[in-house]
Ligand binder design. Structure first.
Ligand SMILES: Cc1cc2nc3c(=O)[nH]c(=O)nc-3n(C[C@H](O)[C@H](O)[C@H](O)COP(=O)(O)O)c2cc1C
Ligand SMILES: [Mn+2]
Length: 454
């Protein structure tokens, strides 16, 4: 069974040379960010000495599909189907028997987050330090249903925090519901999580669906939870650190420029305020951070989760769909490629509209046939050059609702594009763009079977 502790995976990584220890003392103000930026695609970076803090910081942990596959304990080639299976076979969490490591140390006096935690300040124009790998747990104040998702939390002094959450995200919906009932929203923030919990937090599920269940599906066993000390919420027992407190949707707090997954700054207007009243952690906690902006880890965690839920939804209605890829160049959010097996006329366009309907972020969706390796940009471009006919296979949808994150939206509207690059029924034989030029198969087979002799 997979471990539920981030630290076990860090040990594995280190043993395989995938973790680099930074022994030199670093400043959490910009210096950690600079090192993570320089090494964004390589080994995980473990900062042993962060200014006056005793807690180390780790970053760039889940920054490639290879790394994620390793963390989930699957072959690289099976990553997509493994995550898809977990979405289809969720496993409910269980309450841990006995004490949980994440509550070994409890701070419940007056909380000074900036003193307790080595929280990086990331980019020049951002307004303060941000916790970026905090998995926020909350419950619907009406139904009691749980929700788990990441939102960046800025430290605003003492126990004060600010969250800039997209309006449509469930966490914001719950905070607004609580506010309408005249209450604050209790939250718990788990920091230092295994890949399964982080990926679970990124799943686009329905309101009321518990992301912990998908984490369980990814683990192949129930996620073990422990009840919080000061709020009625449950957190992963093996997390490194937990913050307990509340958010107030009616407490509007200015944010200023903040980086987004496209790599630019944006100003979304005010976020919502909150407070942390209790912090628990392991005896020797590791502070996990995710380098924000257009960086592999930030983009990938969303991408692999989104492509699994979209593939699941598409396959329910279009069996010809084989796979979905949310591309790196599309920032892990905006561009998707759908692989289909011999789509019937019009079926590719149907898949495009379904995908765009499900994920508001998508604004370029390509359909290619399943003889194309959709992770190979050269093969995808080949299929456009070989099979796409602009007058027939292009869908242009002006005036579509844009996600607030889209870098080119105008008044939250954007033009969405779909392209179908597929052979047509009846294609076949000489001149039909489907017969490949090759030596006779018998000669190919003979050479292949004795290639070493040539
Ligand atoms: C590193 C990282 C940081 C994120 N920060 C934010 C954020 O600050 N605000 C936000 O609205 N979404 C943020 N997200 C995206 C949400 O976590 C994601 O869309 C999630 O599925 C929302 O779930 P929910 O609708 O259940 O709340 C972040 C994602 C990642 C991977
Ligand atoms: Mn949700």
């Amino acid at each position: 069974m997979a471990s539920q502790a981030l630290r076990d995976f860090l040990d594995t990584l280190e043993a395989e040379g995938g973790l680099h220890r930074v022994r030199r003392k670093v400043d959490p103000r910009f210096e950690i960010a600079a090192v993570l930026m320089e090494r964004m695609a390589g080994a995980a970076q473990f900062f042993e000495a962060v200014s006056e803090h005793t807690m180390p910081v780790v970053g760039n942990v889940f920054n490639s599909r290879d790394r994620l596959a390793r963390a989930l304990g699957v072959e690289r080639a099976a990553l997509h189907s493994f995550i898809l299976d977990a979405v289809r076979r969720p496993i409910a969490p269980v309450m841990q028997e006995g004490a949980a490591p994440v509550q070994d140390v409890v701070h419940d006096g007056s909380i000074d987050l900036a003193r307790l935690l080595p929280v990086p300040t990331w980019f020049e124009r951002e307004s303060g330090p941000y916790i970026t790998a905090g998995v926020i747990v909350a419950k619907d104040p009406e139904t009691g249903r749980r929700n788990i998702s990441i939102a960046r939390l800025r430290l605003d002094g003492g126990g004060k925090i600010m969250a800039g959450i997209a309006k449509n995200h469930h966490l914001n919906v719950l905070a607004e519901k609580a506010s309408a009932m005249g209450r604050s929203l209790p939250i718990a923030v788990a920091i230092g999580n295994c890949a399964q919990v982080l990926l679970g937090s990124q799943m686009y599920l329905g309101l009321g669906d518990d992301e912990y269940d998908v984490a369980g599906g990814l683990l192949g066993e129930p996620l073990r939870l422990v009840r919080c000390r000061s709020v009625d919420l449950e957190v992963p027992a093996e997390a490194e650190i937990v913050l307990e407190g509340e958010l107030r949707a009616d407490d509007l707090v200015p944010e200023g420029p903040v980086s987004e997954f496209h790599g630019f700054y944006v100003d979304y207007g005010p976020g919502i305020g909150g407070t942390i009243g209790c912090v628990t952690h392991r005896r020797d906690p590791v502070f996990q951070s995710i380098l924000p902006a257009f960086t592999p880890e930030h983009c990938l965690l969303g991408a692999v989760a989104i492509e699994a839920v979209v593939c699941d939804a598409l396959q329910r209605v279009i069996p010809a769909v084989r796979r979905v890829l949310v591309t790196d160049g599309g920032m892990g959010r905006l561009h998707a490629i759908i692989s289909m097996h011999r789509p019937r006329p019009g079926e590719g366009k149907r898949a495009i509209l379904l995908a765009m309907g499900q994920v508001n972020l998508f604004k370029l969706v390509l359909v290619v046939e399943d003889d194309i390796d959709i992770e190979d940009p050269r093969a995808v471009e080949w299929s456009l050059a070989a099979r796409f006919r602009g007058h027939d296979d292009l869908v242009v949808l002006p005036g579509m609702k844009a996600d607030r994150c889209d870098p080119v939206h105008e008044d939250l509207l954007v033009t969405k594009i779909g392209m179908v690059a597929a052979t047509r029924p009846g294609d076949g034989g000489f001149g039909s763009r489907s017969e490949f030029a090759l030596p006779p198969e018998a000669v190919m087979a003979k050479v292949r079977s004795a290639l070493g002799e040539y």
